[in-house]
Design a protein. Structure first.
Length: 337
């Protein structure tokens, strides 16, 4: 993850109700009870977040927590009540309608839970549709669409209609359509939640593969913590329209900032988030069974380490920075960390 901020959002509020536009004038930071007493719904409240170039930023929360509304505010599909949103040096809240259309056409990609494919168009035509809207010549847009179709593993199904595709294949078409314009920022709102568990896992694997190739900046909404752990560089946990904490998966589980985050992460397997470097011991002279990467999770190295009588060296950039033995791994696996 680089240090370059692509999306910088400050003090974002989205309120609904008769007094939504006036309540913040007299009280810059009303709590949830104050809003409710005034008949105002605080869908998004005082959100500050910076999203870095090349990272996968996951927003989590229970139903009604405000995560989807927040993403729609960030893309200005929903108009925030107040706040500022700076996207790659552009003040989105001051952008004209025509400027927003161009930004969404060329710099933002969006994938939602509902695939929203056009049923009368083939895979090729659905994927090429955003370029068609831009007026790109047919030969160029079809060549670009074919590249993306191959990228998402649908080569050979260019002429299939949506009804001829499985749910997972339809979702791939939706992903390809959003990628064909080569967006700088990619919004995904629970894109896999409608899929059955096996296909969902396959789509997560596909998503990871695509990100390793493309290095997009991604804002991804999910309510599934296992999914978030697999995908996220950082996670934001929301409750009642507010962000309770932003951290990487490991820190979120090990150092929850609030009681709500602690409860939210209580049943997450620590082996899935704790990294070798976090629990390694200082390196000592002696024999070793092998090596493990410093950023590998305990779950990833468990099979290799837990049955070994000798410790494993923990490696970073070709250098041993510590060691880890089977007892540490076993204790985490059984919940004694």
């Amino acid at each position: 993850m680089t240090a370059n901020v692509l999306l910088d959002c400050k003090n974002i509020w989205k309120l609904y109700g008769a007094k939504a536009d006036s309540i913040l004038i007299n009280n810059a930071n009303p709590d949830i009870d104050t809003l409710r007493a005034e008949g105002v719904i605080g869908a998004v409240r005082a959100v500050n977040v910076q999203i870095m170039q090349g990272e996968i930023f996951v927003i989590m929360g229970l139903s009604g927590s405000g995560k989807s509304t927040l993403v729609r505010c960030l893309s200005r599909l929903v108009e925030p009540t107040t706040g500022s949103i700076n996207f790659d040096g552009i003040d989105l809240l001051r952008a004209t309608d025509n400027e927003l259309i161009e930004i969404r056409r060329k710099k933002m990609g969006m994938v939602f839970q509902q695939f929203a494919l056009l049923p009368h168009l083939t895979t090729m035509e659905n994927v090429a549709f955003p370029l068609d809207v831009q007026g790109v010549p047919k030969t160029i847009r079809e060549a670009r669409a074919l590249e993306v179709i191959e990228l998402v593993g649908l080569r050979g199904r260019e002429n299939y209609y949506p009804r001829q595709l499985s749910g997972g294949q339809q979702q791939r078409v939706g992903i390809a359509r959003s990628l064909v314009v080569e967006p700088d920022l990619w919004f995904l709102d629970e894109p896999f939640s409608a899929l059955d568990p096996l296909i969902r896992r396959e789509m997560q694997d596909e998503f990871i593969r695509l990100q390793n190739l493309l290095k997009k900046t991604i804002v991804f909404i999910t309510h599934d913590f296992d999914e978030a752990i697999r995908l996220a560089d950082r996670i934001a946990v929301m409750k009642d329209g507010e962000i309770e904490q932003i951290a990487d998966p490991e820190q979120l589980v090990l150092n929850p900032a609030t009681e709500y985050v602690a409860e939210f992460t209580r049943h997450v397997s620590r082996a899935k988030v704790i990294k070798a470097a976090t629990v390694m011991a200082p390196i000592k002279e002696g024999r070793f069974s092998g090596e493990v990467p410093y950023d590998a999770t305990i779950e990833q190295i468990a099979e290799k380490v837990e049955g070994s009588k000798l410790p494993h060296r923990v490696m970073r950039s070709g250098q041993a920075i510590g060691q880890i033995d089977s007892s540490v791994v076993v204790n985490i696996l059984v919940g004694r960390d």
